[in-house]
Design a protein around this ligand. Structure first.
Ligand code: NAD
Length: 301
């Protein structure tokens, strides 16, 4: 893999702890010999009228051109007249596999098109990743029209994948089952708001927000990986952040690029560094700094 032509990927270090954990990712990827050239883009201090947000048109173009990127957390600026940075990215780049149009002034909007494409993504993901079951999470017993449409779309897509078991689980029951026995589930698909809540619940199950990665996949193969957590202003600039979530997001990005060998190496090095127990971050009961923990991962590599 080391002879592979370098791939250019966009990197948004982001705000708060973002630059510190992005530095960890760059160091670990270099140590692992990952053939990636980073094109770094920072959040602007002025609103770009073309995006109506602090994200510049050029930074969006960078992701469109490279088709792949890794994003650090971005603080949502307080004030009016501009769009949230995260919303701008997801909307402008059409990263629908994490976005189903949600709630507007207490109206819940579920569309057939968005439901079909996210269900299609879930079943295709299950099929191509050796998974056996997709659970459609809903509250259609109460929200019969909106969640009912979502379920109907999931059923339609399921028919095309007879080898994958499809089940429907009401969201409250899903929460209880996740806490009691998360291994009951395989792949979950649900509207955005439920995913927002369930992903934090799952982060709590595995050790907290410092550990959980994600990847937003959209049309034309655009993929933007990012940690689930925010910019953690309470610990920013103190060398205290756990870089694992952004690192594992980077691993998801490498798998998307089919750089599976380096993805596995980095994944194992992270797991081994945590298991070794000597250099854990505070959120995992240790007292190491971000840089010490990053060095431990590089040593395992
Ligand atoms: P947060 O995720 O930033 O922090 C919540 C708690 O988790 C804090 O105590 C923080 O110290 C801790 N934490 C988070 N990441 C950590 C890490 N890597 N290592 C160790 N501890 C970590 O949530 P918040 O405080 O609600 O939001 C802060 C800012 O981030 C807000 O402006 C918010 O809008 C933004 N935000 C951005 C994203 C994103 O970019 N996708 C997601 C959530 C929040």
């Amino acid at each position: 893999c080391s002879s592979t032509t370098p791939i250019t990927a966009t990197l948004f270090p982001g705000d708060g702890i973002g630059p510190e954990i992005a530095e960890s990712v760059k160091k670990v990827f270099t140590t692992a010999g990952v053939p990636i050239n980073w094109e770094e883009h920072y959040v602007s201090t002025e609103i770009d009228p073309r995006t109506q947000s602090f994200l510049t048109w050029e930074s969006l173009e960078s992701v469109r051109r490279n088709k792949v990127g890794l994003k650090g957390p971005m603080a949502t600026p307080i004030g009016k007249g501009h769009r949230s940075l995260n919303l701008t990215l997801r909307k402008e780049l059409n990263l629908y596999a994490s976005v189903v149009r949600g709630v507007v002034e207490s109206l819940k909007i579920i569309t057939r098109q968005a439901s079909l494409r996210v269900a299609e993504y879930a079943f295709h993901y299950a099929k191509t990743h050796g998974r056996e079951r997709v659970s459609a999470i809903h509250k259609a017993n109460i929200m019969q029209k909106t969640d009912g449409l979502f379920l109907k779309c999931c059923r339609e897509v399921a028919e095309k994948y007879p080898e994958i078991t499809c089940e429907e689980v009401v969201i409250d029951n899903c929460c209880m089952m996740l806490v009691k026995n998360p291994a009951l589930f395989d792949v979950l698909v649900m509207p955005n708001l439920y995913g927002d809540i369930i992903s934090d619940l799952c982060a709590g199950l595995v050790g907290g927000l410092g550990l959980t990665p994600s990847c937003n996949i959209g049309e034309d193969g655009v993929a933007l990986a990012e940690a689930v957590h925010g910019s953690a202003p309470d610990i920013a600039g103190k060398n205290l952040a756990n870089p694992t979530a952004l690192l594992l997001s980077g691993v998801m990005m490498l798998r998307h690029l089919k750089l599976n060998e380096q993805a596995e190496q980095i994944h194992s090095a992270i797991i081994n560094a945590i298991a070794e127990g000597k250099y854990r971050r505070a959120d995992l009961g240790g007292s190491s700094t971000t840089t010490d923990f990053t060095k431990a991962i590089c040593d395992h590599l």
